[in-house]
Write a protein that binds this ligand. Structure first.
Ligand SMILES: [Zn+2]
Ligand SMILES: [Zn+2]
Length: 282
């Protein structure tokens, strides 16, 4: 049995998870989960199948997605919930994010080719497993190809900021993602802040439109949970939670394993209601 009947952070084959959306929902049902959100990277393609499977089980599905936004030199994962998945602006933005990631990877591979290193795009895509394509996947391909020994060496010699195959990324700003999600009637939450290690920046992000933080997560221990509850209260942020289940890639994580309390749902629903007064609630 799972620790919670709520899991708002799940990945399927619509991005880098091992199982199709309907399988993820069936597994959630077996674990006693009653409310869930599929949060695939830059993709909402799995939502209809998840909803169809959840309906027969009486499970509530919140629309969800996990976006990557750029903050100076690092990537921040942003969860979005409760938006209208047919919203044109949101759908267009997600397509654009995916395309620009592929475009960048293609440019990096072209530069590597100029340096005498041939790596196929298909190999990088296979390593990324449908996840948000990035330099770490190219680094892995360089290692597999025997061009470098370590991840560090891949960045040092080829992919890092001043290295010859470096290509700057078309940055998605926090404000941009927040606005797109809001316009689609949803809310945003900072994903797994415990793995990001930049707690001192959360207050600033809240001022810039972030709605919540992921307090409960498979990688958060009791001390993390207490700390993020306090940070959420201080900054008037919603509290969300989920396992970040990926299937085979996260063997130590099970659906519903994060101890998400039912009390987090009412404030989230309240925020969603105020955000889209006209549209009917799911
Ligand atoms: Zn993430
Ligand atoms: Zn995730």
């Amino acid at each position: 049995m799972a620790a919670s009947s709520i899991d708002l952070h799940l990945h399927s084959t619509a991005s880098d998870g091992s199982y199709p959306p309907e399988t993820v929902v069936a597994m959630a049902e077996r674990n006693g989960v009653r409310v869930l959100a599929l949060t695939d990277h830059d993709s909402i393609d799995g939502i209809p199948a998840a909803e169809a499977r959840a309906k027969s089980a009486g499970i509530r599905v919140l629309s969800g997605v996990e976006l990557s936004v750029s903050e100076s030199e690092f990537d921040v994962h942003l969860l979005a919930y409760g938006f209208d998945p047919t919203d044109k602006g949101l759908v267009a933005a997600l397509n654009q994010y995916r395309n620009s990631r592929h475009e960048r990877a293609r440019k990096i591979l072209a530069r590597l080719k100029g340096l005498g290193i041939r790596i196929a795009m298909e190999d990088v895509e296979e390593i990324a497993h449908g996840g948000a394509l990035g330099r770490p996947h190219v680094a892995e391909a360089l290692m597999r190809g025997g061009h470098v020994e370590t991840f560090h060496e891949a960045f040092q010699r080829y992919l890092g900021h001043h290295a010859p195959a470096y290509v700057p990324k078309a940055a998605v700003k926090l404000e941009e993602a927040v606005t797109i999600v809001r316009d689609a009637g949803g809310v945003t939450a900072l994903a797994h802040p415990g793995t990001l290690n930049r707690d001192h920046l959360i207050a600033g992000w809240a001022r810039r439109g972030l709605d919540g933080i992921e307090v409960w997560h498979s990688k958060h221990g009791p001390a993390d949970i207490a700390r993020y509850q306090e940070i959420a209260r201080r900054n008037n942020l919603l509290m969300t939670g989920g396992s970040d289940y990926h299937g085979e890639r996260t063997p130590d994580v099970s659906i519903g394993c994060a101890p998400v309390p039912e009390s987090m749902l009412a404030p989230l629903d309240e925020a969603l209601r105020s955000r889209r007064p006209i549209r009917s609630q799911r």
